[in-house]
Ligand binder design. Structure first.
Ligand SMILES: Nc1nc2c(ncn2[C@@H]2O[C@H](COP(=O)(O)OP(=O)(O)O)[C@@H](O)[C@H]2O)c(=O)[nH]1
Ligand SMILES: [Mg+2]
Length: 336
């Protein structure tokens, strides 16, 4: 009985030991599985984070792509719009009349210092600053006189003024022979540069310069066919005093021989004598109107020009005495 108990106890102890060993092995195995599961969980977490990053990168890429596509679409639209504009402009240009120019030449002649440049600039560009004039051989100015348009053509009518320096009358003559000249403006004066009173010796010189023999030289047959107007402008009338009629009479008296010589051309060409002052603008507008009237063909008038001429014709006559007192003394600083 004691032996049996001992055996049983032994067996029990043995069984208990085996159970313990199994339990320990099982615990170790479970711990191993747990570590494995933790590693897997970490790997999964990392993979999920990577996936998230990839997703957001992809979303960004898609955004960039969408933006690029939007920009490309816009560029294509701009190009289309530009192409349409080019086509529209081309159609407009095709529909627009051609622009041509018709030029009329006017020559200005006279000895040095008579006021040719001042006078020309007065109507070629009335806003000119007379303080900047300098002695020149020839200066050319132009003034667009009118625009006339038909369906196919826009014609710009231009006066081109060749202003010869006083000592170049021979060259001026040459131009008269070579080119077609539509108008001739002879400028003489009553006083010297900066002169305040009539200078009889200077007047004598100028009468000699344009004596009938040299005038004949100027008006060869070619000149006369093209030339529509000859104007003698007696400048610096501001050195005379009196009513406009008195001033005109006196100026005519000083230049009587030249006026008579010009008068003799009347059968061949339209002539006109004007008395005025480039410095004060006396008769300068009449000069412009006169050239327009004589040179420009009637079909070349436009509304603006008609308006301008109407104003010139109705402009009040100059009152010399008043103007002399009121106007600035431009003559004294003209040759700076
Ligand atoms: N008093 C007066 N002086 C003038 C007049 N016109 C021009 N002058 C002056 O005469 C000088 C010569 O003028 P400019 O136009 O250069 O003469 P050009 O040599 O014939 O071109 C300048 O000092 C002008 O200021 C005028 O109507 N009256
Ligand atoms: Mg000049």
């Amino acid at each position: 009985m004691g032996a049996d108990f001992a055996i049983l106890l032994g067996l029990g102890t043995l069984g208990c030991g085996a159970g313990m060993a199994w339990l320990a092995a099982r615990t170790a195995s479970l711990q191993g599985q747990l570590r494995e599961a933790a590693r897997n969980a970490e790997a999964l977490r990392q993979a999920s984070a990577q996936l998230e990053q990839l997703r957001s990168e992809r979303a960004r890429d898609r955004e960039t792509l969408d933006r690029a596509r939007g920009e490309e679409r816009q560029k294509v639209e701009w190009l289309d719009a530009q192409q349409r504009e080019i086509e529209w402009l081309r159609r407009e240009l095709d529909a627009r009349p051609r622009v041509t120019q018709k030029r009329y030449k006017i020559l200005t002649l006279g000895i040095k210092g008579t006021g040719k440049t001042s006078l020309t600039l007065k109507w070629a560009n009335p806003l000119v600053d007379l303080g900047k004039l300098q002695g020149t051989k020839i200066e050319r100015y132009e003034r667009t006189v009118s625009h006339v348009s038909t369906r196919e053509e826009l014609t710009e009518h231009i006066f081109e003024i060749g202003d010869w320096g006083g000592e170049h009358l021979v060259e001026a003559q040459h131009e008269l022979v070579v080119d077609e000249v539509h108008g001739l403006l002879l400028v003489v004066d009553l006083a010297a540069r900066d002169g305040r009173q009539v200078d009889p010796a200077r007047i004598e010189d100028q009468i000699r310069e344009f004596e009938p023999q040299s005038l004949r030289y100027f008006f060869g047959s070619k000149t006369l066919t093209a030339c529509k107007a000859v104007v003698l402008f007696i400048n610096k009338s501001d050195v005379l005093s009196g009513t406009p009629a008195e001033v005109e009479l006196e100026a005519h008296r000083h230049y009587q021989p030249l006026i008579s010589a010009i008068d003799r051309l009347k059968n061949h060409v339209d002539t006109r004598v004007l008395v005025g002052s480039a410095s004060y603008g006396h008769s300068t507008h009449h000069l412009f109107s006169h050239f327009v009237e004589r040179i420009l063909p009637k079909h070349a008038y436009d509304g603006q020009l008609l308006q301008r001429i109407k104003q010139d014709v109705t402009a009040p006559a100059a009152v010399y005495q008043t103007a002399r007192l009121a106007a600035p003394q431009v003559g004294s600083h003209a040759q700076k």
